[in-house]
Design a protein. Structure first.
Length: 265
């Protein structure tokens, strides 16, 4: 099962976003806070002094509070009281006032839920200013990600799709939780192929992160078993993760950080 090019999950991942936000807000799970800070704080230097920042698929809205930036506009396909704008990534209709007027887009573990990620990346360039950025975290389809997805049976992957085909969706579903966790690897691992398909962008960051700090986080969406540890020990775990990923990235990495810069129209 681990080496299958395609695995269709037997159930669809689901979660209560309101409960997820409550768990983030009450900060009782320090493991989760450490993970979320690890996912967002690296973005801070890219958004400093930026005026128009839009996050797609914001979910529990943790980014705005962790980055402490009032200019972040939270959007999601679902309506919640903390979401500024209901927005479907598949259409990305932001309005004429945003054309070539957005400094930064943030996409955190949401791109793989988009049925046509290549088309979305093209549409984003319409709204980005010259030198504008897309900041992303996405699942990395390593040995262990496949293993845990197979065990949990709630998310799948497929390498049997043409990830660069703007005319054909990589899956068919109206459920926003359906996804393909191979998306980031197929899009960004081969920088030359990416450049051939997206000449308007330059990849300026492309690194693999997270292993134990994700597994022992208690879950971002669903509340699962974890062993509470203090910040010092979690920082130590993060260092071990970096070593494991450096040595065997295809085995251990569970997250990919990417920054795209718009260099042309």
């Amino acid at each position: 099962m681990i080496f299958f090019k395609e695995y269709n999950a037997k159930k669809i991942k689901d979660g209560d976003i309101s409960k997820s936000r409550d768990r983030f807000k009450n900060k009782k799970n320090k493991n989760l806070i450490f993970l979320l800070e690890n996912r967002f704080l690296w973005m801070k230097k890219f958004i400093n002094n930026k005026k128009n920042i839009i996050e797609l698929g914001s979910g529990n809205g943790a980014s705005k509070e962790i980055l402490n930036n009032k200019n972040i506009i939270l959007t999601d396909i679902q309506e919640y009281e903390w979401i500024s704008k209901k927005l479907d990534m598949r259409e990305l209709n932001l309005g004429n006032e945003y054309i070539e007027n957005v400094d930064v887009f943030i996409i955190n573990h949401a791109l793989h839920h988009c049925a046509n990620p290549a088309k979305l990346i093209d549409k984003i360039s319409k709204y980005l200013k010259k030198d504008g950025l897309i900041l992303m975290n996405e699942p990395e389809i390593s040995f262990f990600l496949k293993f845990f997805q197979f065990i949990l049976k709630d998310e799948g992957w497929s390498f049997k799709v043409d990830i660069f085909d703007r005319n054909k969706d990589i899956f068919k579903s109206e459920n926003p939780w359906v996804g393909n966790t191979a998306v980031a690897q197929m899009l960004f691992k081969n920088k030359i192929k990416f450049k051939e398909n997206f000449p308007q962008y330059e990849i300026i960051k492309n690194e693999l992160t997270e292993f134990s700090i994700f597994l022992n986080s208690g879950g971002v969406i669903n509340n699962i078993f974890h062993i509470p540890v203090n910040r010092f020990f979690f920082s130590f775990m993060n260092l071990i993760d970096k070593l494991l990923i450096f040595l065997l990235p295809a085995v251990f990495a569970l997250n990919r950080r990417v920054v795209l810069k718009k260099i042309s129209n």
